[in-house]
Design a protein around this ligand. Structure first.
Ligand code: SF4
Length: 224
């Protein structure tokens, strides 16, 4: 049963608690391993998230490792010859983004003493950093309970609560509220990783794997 989302919609608290509990336990066994998940170094997290936009995580992993070996801090990245940065980012098709990466590094040096800022406004003021990357850095590097709102988490939350969504729904404040509701504030970092992974591995766009989904019992779509 699909609902239109409205300001008055209030998620069922029991369903929210159940989702968080089941996701926590599913995450213990199923979280995907990526090199940027092993660090809370804010510069590394920022670089990883800039690479991950519209690029598959499995492809990013080896490039990220090499990138951090060669340009592991804002000073090293800002001073590197653009051709060398392009060589490292080339396999991701991100040569055209080299100026953006180096501009971010330069801005961190000039405006933030070489450190990544820990407020949303300051992150959004960095060149090429949008809401998704800013929220990811706030959560994964600094541990703030910010939700990661993208097409995947929007699809997952929409199906769970029974709301039709599309890729543009992430701009809806009501959908953002639904995604935030599902975030476990006790461990936002792992909770966000688990939501991203559940959406990618189980609640897939075309063929959701409802029979093996850990949150099926309270999912409006999966239990229908
Ligand atoms: S039960 Fe199905 S539709 Fe619901 S969250 Fe799980 S995979 Fe998605």
């Amino acid at each position: 049963m699909w609902h239109r989302l409205s300001d008055s919609f209030e998620p069922d608290l029991q369903a929210v608690t159940y989702f968080r509990r089941r996701l926590r336990s599913w995450g213990r066994e199923h979280l995907r391993e990526f090199p940027w998940r092993r660090t809370s170094d804010a510069f590394a997290v920022l670089m990883a998230e800039m690479m991950l936009r519209r690029t598959r995580a499995a492809q990013v992993a080896p490039v990220f490792v090499r990138f951090m070996e060669e340009f592991g801090n804002p000073g090293a990245l800002a001073a590197a010859p653009p051709g060398e940065v392009a060589t490292v980012l080339g396999p991701l098709g991100l040569r055209w983004r080299v100026p953006a990466f180096q501009e971010v590094a330069q801005r961190l040096i000039e405006a933030h003493c070489g450190r990544v800022p820990d407020t949303r406004d300051m992150l959004l003021a960095l060149p090429g950093v949008g809401p998704y990357v800013a929220d990811a850095v706030l959560c994964f590097a600094f541990g703030f309970p910010t939700s990661i709102v993208d097409a995947n988490t929007v699809r997952l939350a929409g199906r769970y609560f029974g709301h039709a969504t599309n890729p543009e729904s992430r701009r809806s404040t009501e959908i953002q509220r639904l995604v935030s509701t599902l975030l476990d504030p006790r461990d936002p970092r792992r909770s966000n990783f688990a939501m991203l992974d559940l959406a990618a591995e189980v609640c897939q766009p075309r063929h959701p794997r409802c029979p093996v989904c850990p949150v099926r019992r309270h999912c409006v779509t999966g239990s229908a």
